[in-house]
Ligand binder design. Structure first.
Ligand code: NAD
Length: 409
């Protein structure tokens, strides 16, 4: 089953649970618009190469399309469709007035120079200009796309429009229309949801045993927040190693160590453990913050954590979802757990449109005000329908999309 079939299966499951109006189900069963383009890019050696690019605008019932652009060799149209559908669900789960979109280019970014990436990014904007814009569709970074790439894209769009149009993309550098707090927003939003979940489940607000898979933007920020809150982060994984210390790791020191050594491997005072040992640790909270498909039918049964917080996108397979639900592991799904990122992206766009910029404290307070009610709505839906929190998040989001969609009929 491919990733888009998977997404449609999730849609059907939630639609059945909540008895979603058939018109809304029909509208959500395919994207509103799919745009494909071939991007001509002049390479540094003077040759010309063409790159296949996509933008999928899945649903706009609640507002302009929103979602990142991925540069990766494995990008496919079905993947972009699935990701754009999940963006519609994610935006509605945290109740921001945006729809779902996603873009991609098939390429190996590591094989291109910085200048070639810049020309490609500008070519992407020229190709998709007719369908994007601050009131239509607002891209953002995703895998292998960065704030610098967003700056080139905003610059290219502004030149074509003949006026500053910074609101065309989010995730820009702070000095060029980016929002304070965007860099840490994914982990910060997940942290607020985790705090609320611990309270709901009667778990302590500090001293819990936790492990984080992934020590990049999302995972390292999350580990720092957990450490600062007095939790014990006993294991951290990156692409090269998994380090463990029963007494807890000193995360600020680990961050400095990783910066210097490019990996957590051999961090003093730790022992290395295997992938299967990592997922069988005796924990209160497990945070996958690396890749997709990490928790599968093969290792889900070994998970002892009470809460699994999906900071990564798609770390759990549908089969593992069922096993975890049966084992009473509270899985907080990606569409809620990592939605802090798109929430602050939305704040960035609001600031760009009004050309008035908020303090870090203001951004943080507004993020909290979105994440906590979202958690409460998802938890309540889970209780009401006796379903796992992934289906509960879909039900919550679909109810909101349904209201907007049918109000227009
Ligand atoms: P990143 O590239 O900054 O970090 C990824 C981390 O995962 C790195 O530490 C890397 O070493 C580690 N990793 C890679 N392969 C691994 C493996 N096999 N085992 C263990 N660790 C491995 O990426 P990121 O921005 O932190 O994104 C991580 C996840 O969070 C992705 O699924 C992403 O889609 C999701 N996410 C990120 C954001 C954001 O704002 N950064 C927002 C929403 C979702």
């Amino acid at each position: 089953m491919n990733v888009y079939d998977n997404a449609l299966r999730q849609l059907e499951t939630a639609a059945k649970v909540m008895d979603l109006h058939p018109d809304t189900l029909l509208k959500l069963s395919s994207p509103e618009r799919v745009v494909m383009a071939s991007l001509p890019v002049k390479m540094d050696d003077g040759s010309l190469r063409m790159f296949q690019a996509y933008r999928v605008q899945y649903n706009s019932a609640r507002g302009p399309y929103k979602g990142g652009i991925r540069f990766h060799p494995q990008v496919s149209l079905d993947e972009v469709k699935a990701l754009s559908f999940w963006m519609a669900i994610k935006c509605a789960t945290v109740d921001i007035p945006m729809g779902g979109g996603k873009g991609g280019v098939i390429l190996d970014p590591k094989a291109l120079s910085e200048n070639e990436i810049e020309r490609l990014s500008r070519a992407w904007i020229r190709a998709f200009r007719p369908v994007i814009g601050p009131e239509k569709d607002i891209p953002a970074p995703d895998v292998y796309t960065t704030p610098q790439i967003m700056a080139w894209m905003a610059d290219e769009f502004s030149k074509l429009e003949g006026k500053p149009s910074l609101g065309v993309v989010t995730g820009k550098p702070v000095e060029f229309g980016g929002s304070l707090g965007r860099g840490t927003s994914t982990a910060q939003g997940g942290f607020y949801v985790l705090q609320a979940a611990c309270q709901q489940l009667g778990l302590a607000s500090s001293g819990l045993k936790m492990a984080v898979q992934g020590f990049g933007n999302a995972g390292a920020t999350m580990a720092s927040l957990l450490f600062a809150a007095g939790h014990k982060v006993v294991a951290v994984a990156d692409s090269q190693s998994i380090v463990f210390n029963e007494a807890g790791l000193n995360i600020p020191e680990l961050a400095i160590y990783k910066e210097k050594n490019r990996s957590v491997k051999n961090f003093p005072g730790t022992k290395e453990i295997s992938f299967s040992e990592f997922f069988a640790l005796d924990l209160d909270v497990l945070v996958p913050a690396a890749l997709e498909n990490q928790i599968t039918a093969d290792n889900a049964d070994s998970i002892k954590a009470k809460i699994l917080l999906e900071l990564a996108n798609g770390p759990t397979t549908p089969e593992a979802d069922d096993i975890l639900f049966k084992n009473k592991v509270v899985l907080i799904p990606d569409v809620l757990a990592n939605a802090g990122g798109v929430t602050v992206s939305y704040f960035e766009w609001v600031q760009n449109l009004s050309n008035y910029y908020w303090s870090a404290e203001e951004v943080d307070q507004k993020l909290r005000d979105k994440m906590i009610p979202a958690w409460e709505a998802v938890w309540d839906a889970g209780q009401k329908y006796s379903v796992n929190l992934r289906t509960a998040a879909f039900v919550t989001a679909l109810a909101r999309i349904d209201l907007a969609s049918r109000a227009r009929n």
